[in-house]
Unconditional design. Structure first.
Ligand SMILES: O=C(O)c1cc(=O)[nH]c(=O)n1[C@@H]1O[C@H](COP(=O)(O)O)[C@@H](O)[C@H]1O
Length: 213
């Protein structure tokens, strides 16, 4: 496979950056013609912090957050978001809080669950969900349902990249949208023109990364 990544930087903050690769990829719920690699923002401290600034900004003055629920391995970014929201001396209404940062577990049935030890960080709490990639919105829908099931209030949803602007009627605050990645297309299984054209699958991709075939 000829691996060619383009750098993509947020116009809001160039240090919030991802890498983009074109090809034929199989994801959990769809086929996509573009792979977005989030490893820099997920794993490098400076990039995670700068990404967190972009993500936290809309919530600073207005949104109560007690717990950040992280999906797709976004814990480093989520922790910076919690820190930014709770910092003293900012306009944040969450100043001084000890905000929790948790991740759900996916059980064998594919349900997102919280173990007994983290439930108190969901039940009766104001939740901000932080996702990596939102493609169809199915995974986010599961995360919202799970949070509500455990008694949390979903007050905000943010993502590194989202193809959709809303899930369950809630706005998605995305660092990158389809406008930033022109030509990004997703196709349901069985309806993929790349498969129809006999284009070989380049890689299986999931939130951990990609494995070339
Ligand atoms: O995990 C994946 O398969 C994946 C690869 C990809 O290119 N894009 C992508 O959105 N995902 C994951 O698929 C889930 C979101 O897809 P939807 O449920 O279709 O919105 C998230 O867990 C993403 O990390």
């Amino acid at each position: 496979m000829d691996v060619h990544f383009e750098d993509l930087r947020s116009w809001k903050n160039p240090k919030a950056r991802v890498k983009v690769m074109r090809g034929h990829f199989v994801t959990t719920h769809s086929h996509v013609n573009t792979y977005i690699d989030l490893s820099t923002m997920k794993s490098r401290c400076n990039n995670a912090r700068e990404t967190a600034k972009v993500m936290a900004e809309p919530y600073l003055a207005t949104t109560e957050v007690d717990t950040v629920v992280c999906l797709d391995g976004m814990e480093v970014v989520g922790t910076f978001i919690a820190d930014i929201l709770s910092r003293p001396g900012t306009v944040s209404i969450n100043t001084g809080k000890n905000i929790s940062v948790v991740s759900p577990e996916t059980d064998k049935a594919g349900q997102m669950i919280f173990r007994d030890n983290t439930r108190r960080m969901i039940e009766g709490q104001n939740i901000l969900i932080v996702a990596g990639l939102i493609t169809t919105g199915k995974t986010m829908m599961q995360a919202i349902e799970s949070t509500l099931y455990y008694g949390g209030r979903v007050n905000g949803i943010c993502a590194a990249f989202s193809l959709v602007s809303k899930v369950a009627g809630m706005d998605i605050n995305a660092v990158f949208t389809q406008k930033d990645v022109p030509g990004y297309e997703k196709y349901s299984d069985g309806n993929c023109p790349m498969c129809t054209a006999g284009q070989k699958v380049d890689a299986f991709v999931n939130s951990y990364g990609h494995s070339a075939l």
